[in-house]
Write a protein that binds this ligand. Structure first.
Ligand code: C2E
Ligand code: MG
Ligand code: MG
Ligand code: MG
Length: 278
C-alpha cells in the first residue's frame, strides 16, 4: 500500500494493520500527540519552470517522524487524519510551517519564491477551519498571498463542490493561488474550472508515465495543455522521471514540471542547498 507513491520505502502501517482495530487505535492516539511532539516535517520538491529552468516554486509534502516506526509517508496517515478530523490541525500546521519557510527563502534567496501545499476537502468542510486565520498569519509574517499556493485534488473538488468553493474564493481574494491536483483523474467539468477561477492544473502522473511520441497519453497531455491555456491556466506535469517525458512536455507547451528527473522531495536544508547551487 505505502510504497506505490514515490518509491519511498515507508511501510510501517500496512493495510492489514489499518484494518486491525488495535493498531488503528494506536495510530490515532499517536497522531493526536504528533503535532505537539513536533514529529511532522515537510519535504520540498522543486517545481521546475520548463522555459527558464528556475526552481522558485516547491511543493511541500508531509512526513511523520514516528518515534518507533520511523519515517511514515502521507498516504499511510492522511486518510485516518481525515476520518478523525485531525487533518484540520495537521493542515494548519502544514500551512504555518510552509509560510515560515516561504518567508525565509523569499528573504534569503528569491523574493518571488512560492510554496505549494496540499489541502484536504475535509479541512475546508470543518467549521474549525478558518481561511481568515491563515490570512492573518500571512499578514503577521508580512507575506503576500502568492507566497503560498494551495493544491486540492480534482476528485475532492468535484465531490464536495460548493461547500468548499467559498473558502477557495476567500483565498483567491487574498491572492493565494489555487492548483487543481491529480488533474485528469476526477472528471471535472470544464465549466467548474472556469467558475472556480483556478490558477494551475497539475497533470496526474498516470498520464506522464507512458508518454511517448504518437501515444494516446501524449495526445491527452497536449489537449489538456491547450485547454488550460485557453482558460488562462498554467500547467504543471507531475511525476516526470526521464528526459523523453520532459522533452515531449516542453514541445507540447507545458509550463512547469515536477519529478525525480529533477529531484525527489528533500528536507528543507537539502532543498536550500539545491536552490543556492543554481
Ligand atoms: P500529490 O500531491 O499528488 O504529490 C505527489 C506525490 O508523488 C508525492 O508523494 C511525491 O513524492 C511523488 N512524486 C513526485 N515526483 C515523483 C516521480 O517522479 N516519481 C514517482 N514515482 N513519484 C513522484 P508523497 O510525498 O508520498 O505524497 C502522496 C500524497 O499525499 C500527495 O500526492 C498528497 O495527495 C498527499 N499529501 C502529501 N502531503 C500532504 C499534506 O501536507 N496534506 C495533505 N492533505 N495531503 C498531503
Ligand atoms: Mg500535490
Ligand atoms: Mg498530484
Ligand atoms: Mg498524485
Amino acid at each position: 500500500a505505502a510504497k506505490s507513491n514515490g518509491g519511498n520505502s515507508f511501510q510501517y502501517f500496512t493495510p492489514s494493520m489499518q484494518q486491525n482495530a488495535v493498531s488503528r487505535m494506536s495510530l490515532i492516539s499517536d497522531l493526536r500527540i504528533a503535532i505537539a511532539a513536533n514529529q511532522f516535517q515537510l519535504h520540498y520538491q522543486p517545481i521546475v519552470n520548463l522555459i527558464t529552468g528556475d526552481i522558485y516554486k516547491a511543493e511541500a509534502l508531509i512526513r511523520w517522524q514516528h518515534p518507533v516506526r520511523g519515517l511514515v509517508g502521507p498516504i499511510e496517515f492522511i486518510p485516518i487524519a481525515e476520518e478523525t478530523q485531525l487533518i484540520v490541525d495537521i493542515g494548519d500546521w502544514v500551512f504555518r510551517e510552509a509560510a515560515q519557510q516561504s518567508a525565509r527563502w523569499r528573504t534569503a534567496i528569491e523574493p518571488s519564491f512560492q510554496i505549494s501545499i496540499n489541502t484536504s476537502p475535509v479541512q475546508y468542510k470543518n467549521d474549525a477551519f478558518s481561511a481568515k486565520d491563515w490570512l492573518d498569519y500571512l499578514d503577521a509574517l508580512k507575506l503576500p498571498g502568492d507566497a503560498i499556493m494551495v493544491e486540492i485534488t480534482e476528485g475532492a473538488l468535484m465531490e464536495y463542490g460548493s461547500s468548499i468553493d467559498q473558502k477557495l474564493f476567500d483565498f483567491r481574494d487574498a491572492n493565494i493561488q489555487v492548483s487543481l491536483d491529480d488533474f485528469g483523474t476526477g472528471y471535472s467539468s470544464l465549466s467548474s474550472l472556469k467558475k472556480l477561477d483556478i490558477d494551475y492544473l497539475k497533470i496526474d502522473k498516470s498520464f506522464v508515465d507512458n508518454l511517448a511520441p504518437h501515444s494516446n497519453d501524449l495526445a491527452l497531455c497536449e489537449a489538456i495543455i491547450v485547454m488550460a491555456h485557453k482558460l488562462d491556466l498554467k500547467v504543471v506535469a507531475e511525476g516526470v522521471e526521464n528526459e523523453e517525458q520532459r522533452d515531449l512536455l516542453i514541445a507540447a507547451g507545458c509550463d512547469y514540471a515536477q519529478g525525480y528527473l529533477f529531484s525527489k522531495p528533500l528536507p528543507a536544508i537539502e532543498f536550500e542547498k539545491l536552490l543556492k547551487s543554481r
